[in-house]
Design a protein around this ligand. Sequence first.
Ligand code: ACO
Length: 323
Amino acid sequence: MSAIRSVVRGVGAYLPARCLTNADLVQMVDTSDEWIVQRTGIRTRHIAAEGEVTSDLALKAAQAALADAGLEPGDIDLIVLATSTPDNTFPATAVSVQAGLGITHGAAFDIQAVCSGFVYALATADNFLKSGAYRRCLVIGAETFSRILDWSDRTTCVLFGDGAGALVLEAVRDGEDGRGLLTTHLRSDGRYKNKLYVDGGVSSTRSVGYLRMEGREVFRHAVGMITDVIVDAFSATGESAETIDWFVPHQANRRIIDASAVKLGIAPEKVVITVDKHGNTSAASIPLALATAHADGRIKRGDLVLLEAMGGGFTWGSALVRW
Ligand code: ACO
């Protein structure tokens, strides 16, 4: 029986021009380069300019992904954009990207699953494409977390940054040498919603609020949740730590990434790490890392690429892609 698979056609990313180093943060809060690097692996992060909004970042990443795919905006009929830092309460940031690309057909909407947003968006897009409802989708992760940080709180402000990344997925019947999204697994457990949250919102405070986190608690749960959902991906496909070519995790924290890889038995040389350059960009971090490893020639056509993320909610998920 013939089946539709979502095949990756292109990937692109965008980081705002302004770079904030650990040395810059030392001027702002009581911290040190040594503490930040040792605890998180982060050295720099990018900060959106005054007036530069999430859809601006997303649009640039989308244009880069389309150029990489050799496609025109008119070829896209679905945009799924993951963000927790939308331009406005409504409409969806995705429709601003749609308008920016000059697309007037198809559909565009946002997904909100915090740091797991890109994996959630990928799974959503994949199901729409497999159903036959749409043909080509831009899956975007875009964030301006700098706007929800309490810049006087050293326990959070050193961790996050702004950025965007995008994939173009195309529905292909009967695959191309087994290429495409092989499986996705999504999980959430709202009992943990107070471990990582924003202390404001439309319906609760009529304001935006600031990010609050119990860092040690998040860390405590992260590795177990990430590895569980990766085991689910391996069980569903028969693949393993040995057969994957690349592990592209959510770029939150170097220690979480390293501990997850060790627990799963994934060789360090297969792990793509970019958190040092852009910090935790939430939903944007996986496509930013994918774009880096695609551009520098590490991820090649036919490679088996494992993605995972975990974030506020808690939400978590995995995806396995034959590139
Ligand atoms: N600079 C210097 N000292 C600091 C800083 C800082 N920026 N932040 C906290 N400290 C201090 C604390 O005040 C504490 O001091 P004390 O012992 O005098 O009270 C000390 O450092 C240790 O604090 P801990 O919170 O125990 O530090 P820990 O080793 O747990 O590291 C961190 C903190 C990096 C936040 C860690 O808990 C972590 O990585 N958690 C995961 C958080 C995460 O990645 N969240 C992202 C969102 S979720 C996701 O994407 C997976």
